[in-house]
Each structure stands twice: as C-alpha cells, then as structure tokens.
Design a protein around this ligand. Structure first.
Ligand code: NDP
Ligand code: GDR
Length: 329
C-alpha cells in the first residue's frame, strides 16, 4: 500500500524539501494551501510542471489553520498515515508586531489540529515543527530535549504552548505525536526576510550591480545554522521511529551573523566592509542568547546527522542568488 503524507505549510521552505523527499520515498503527498491574491507557489513550481507528479502523487487542498471544519473534512477525505505540521507565521522579529496572528496560527492552529486528530478513528503519526526559540535565554548550553522552556518573544511563546500541547496529547490521549525542536535551517529557498537569505541575496545583487548596500540589525547575534534538506530528513526519520518522542535537530555549532556576511561576500569576491551598514529598524526588542542544540538523541535513536557545513550552506545560497541574477540579464 502506498503511504500517504499530509503537509501543512507545503508551500514554505521546509514544505517543498519535505515534499521532494517523500515523493522520492514513494509516498502520495497531500498539502494544505491558503487562498492568496497572487498565486505564489514558486517553491513547488518544478513539481507542478511535472504531469507525472501533480495530481498523480501530489495533491493540494485549500484549508487555513483557523478553519477547523475544512481541515477536518480534508483530513477525513485523505486519511493520511503521517501528518507534518509546518504551517505558521515563522518570522520571530515580526511576531513582536503581530503577536495575536502569530499565536492564533502557531499556538491555536496546532491545538485545533490535535483536536481533529484525537477524533479520527485512525489518527496519523503527527510531526510538529517546533523551534529552539522555545528556550529563549537558556541556563544551559547546548540545549537538549530536557532544557526548560523560557521563550523571550511572542513567536517563542506560541511555539512553547504548541510544544507542550503536543506532549499532552501524546501522553494523555495516546497520539503518536512528535516535537522536532528545530534550530535555524536555511537554503536557497529561505524566505527573503530571514538574515542568511537577505545577506546572500545582497552580496550577489551588489556583485551584479543591482544593489548598493546592505542594511542589517544586530550582526553580533549568534545562531546554530544548518541546511533545510538535512532537517526535513530528520522529520521523516522521527515519524518512522517505533515510538513518539521529542528530538532536537541542530548542528551544535554557533556562528555570528557577521560570519554569514564574511562567507557570503567572500563567495562573490567583495569586501563586505564597503557595503554593510547598521539599521536600527532591524533590531529586536529582545534577543535569545546562546541557542545551540545538542542533537545526540536524534543521532543515537534515529541515526540522524546534519551533512552540510555552514561554509557550504552560505556559499551555495550566495552562488545560487548570483546565478539567478545573471540568468535574468
Ligand atoms: P516558511 O515561512 O518558509 O513557511 C511557512 C508555511 O506556513 C508556508 O507554507 C505558509 O503558507 C504557511 N502558513 C503560514 N500561515 C498560515 C496559515 N495561517 N494557514 C495556513 N498556512 C499558513 O517556514 P519554514 O518552512 O522555514 O518553517 C516551517 C516550520 O518550521 C514553521 O512552523 C517554522 O516556524 C518552523 N521552524 C522553522 C525553522 C527554520 O529555521 N526554518 C526553525 C524552527 C522552526 P504561504 O506560502 O501561503 O505563506
Ligand atoms: P531567527 O532568524 O529569528 O533566528 O528565526 P532570522 O534569520 O530572522 O534572524 C537571525 C538573527 O539575525 C539577526 N539579524 C537580522 N535578522 C533579520 N531577519 N533581518 C535583519 O536585517 C537582521 N539583522 C540582524 C536577528 O536579530 C537574529 O538574531 C528563525 C526562523 O526560521 C524561526 O521560524 C525559527 O523558529 C528560528 O529560526 C529557529
């Protein structure tokens, strides 16, 4: 029997890589999309264009996270074996400006899905994409699955609520529900207003002569950055494991935003100091500190390990941007 997967957030960075992985593994893949005024689904365009895939093994369904009636109907029709819940407002900085929307979709949206699963006769295995942001300013570094939750922004609070709810539904309602505690992961498909993509795009655009400078906030901020392709493989491995649990997915290595700048500008042979400027608008009211993950549980129990280095990731992103800009000429 062909296994069926359902992905919320299929149009996002992770959704697109996960779709490719699951199709390669022989799954029938379903995803929920929301109505937008422009049909922006560029990350899936290559799959749409393939007649042997779109509407053969890949299906899209309209369903918003604040519309449980539709979600329930779609899930009842599809009856997936695995559900990957990736949808949500994923920008931490913006969550200070739109805290209610962030919580509505990320916190309540997850709870609504859990409630729907609880009523299904054969609930699918459930993966929740939670975040290192639940730890905020942790007392211990690196963080593990046991590190206490202490978020410092609305996004982190929403993810913390959803993470704890997943634990409740696993322990009290017997759902096969997994929290993947994901540290930053990037790719050429990363949203344009996340710092790695912003820097890699700017370095390439300055090289191509279509941008003059790059405005950034806190360049001393540190993160544990990996490649999205590695992290979606971890999601899949977690749902194939014999029992449900929480797993940290991380590289275990901290880099500064400044390191991203230096690798990206070096990749296009420019001196970053000539172009990078500070802009107060990109500073946040609060920054988490020392978010670096210990993925030893995922390594020992699932056999997961990241395969792409920080240098290779930033170089791939920058060169990809430059190729696109040059191709447009
Ligand atoms: P993206 O921002 O690239 O994708 C988010 C997805 O969620 C998009 O498909 C988006 O749809 C969808 N979405 C947003 N709001 C709604 C809504 N109200 N109803 C339905 N769909 C909605 O995020 P990533 O792919 O990078 O991340 C996937 C998940 O993993 C997110 O939940 C994120 O918070 C979490 N995460 C990501 C990390 C990372 O470093 N990438 C690290 C830790 C956690 P649309 O295309 O229509 O906007
Ligand atoms: P983050 O990623 O907040 O860690 O959330 P982001 O790339 O937005 O920021 C990383 C760090 O860079 C600093 N920074 C800037 N950030 C942005 N976006 N724009 C700037 O101009 C800029 N200048 C400096 C930030 O202050 C921050 O310290 C990501 C998201 O994918 C979340 O969904 C996910 O949960 C976490 O990673 C883990």
């Amino acid at each position: 029997m062909t296994r069926k997967a359902f992905i919320t957030g299929i149009t996002g960075q992770d959704g697109s890589y996960l779709t490719e992985l699951l199709l390669e593994q022989g799954y029938e893949v379903h995803g929920s999309v929301r109505r937008t005024s422009t049909l922006e689904r560029s990350r899936l365009a290559h799959l749409y264009a393939d007649e042997s895939i779109y509407k053969q093994t890949l299906f899209l369904h309209y369903a918003d996270l604040d519309d449980p009636t539709t979600l329930r109907r779609v899930l009842n029709q599809v009856r997936p074996d695995e559900l990957y819940h990736l949808a949500g407002q994923s920008h931490v900085g913006l969550s200070f400006e739109i805290p209610e929307t962030t919580c509505e979709f990320t916190a309540m949206g997850t709870l609504r899905l859990l409630e729907i699963l609880r009523d299904l006769p054969e609930p699918p295995r459930f993966f929740h994409a939670t975040s290192s942001e639940i730890f905020g300013r942790p007392a211990q570094s690196p963080q593990s699955e046991e590190t206490p939750i202490a978020p410092v922004n609305p996004y982190g609070c929403a993810k913390a609520f959803a993470t704890q709810m997943v634990r409740v539904y696993r322990e009290s309602h017997g759902l096969f529900a997994v929290n993947g505690i994901l540290y930053n992961h990037e790719s050429p498909r990363r949203g344009e207003n996340f710092v790695t993509r912003k820097i890699c795009h700017a370095a390439a655009a300055i090289k191509a002569g279509v941008q003059q400078e790059l405005m950034l906030g806190d360049t001393s901020a540190q993160r544990d950055w990996g490649h999205a392709r590695d992290y979606v493989r971890g999601m899949w491995m977690a749902l194939r494991h014999e029992s449900p649990d929480d797993y940290v997915f991380a590289t275990g290595i901290l880099h500064r935003v400044q390191d991203v700048i230096e690798v990206a500008f070096a990749a296009v042979e420019l001196n970053w100091g000539d172009y990078v400027r500070f802009d107060q608008r990109f500073m946040r009211p609060a920054e988490p500190l020392h978010l670096v993950g210990d993925a030893s549980k995922a390594r020992t129990q699932l056999g997961w390990a990241p395969q792409t280095s920080f240098q290779d990731l930033i170089q791939e992103m920058t060169r990809g941007e430059l190729e696109q800009l040059t191709h447009l000429d």
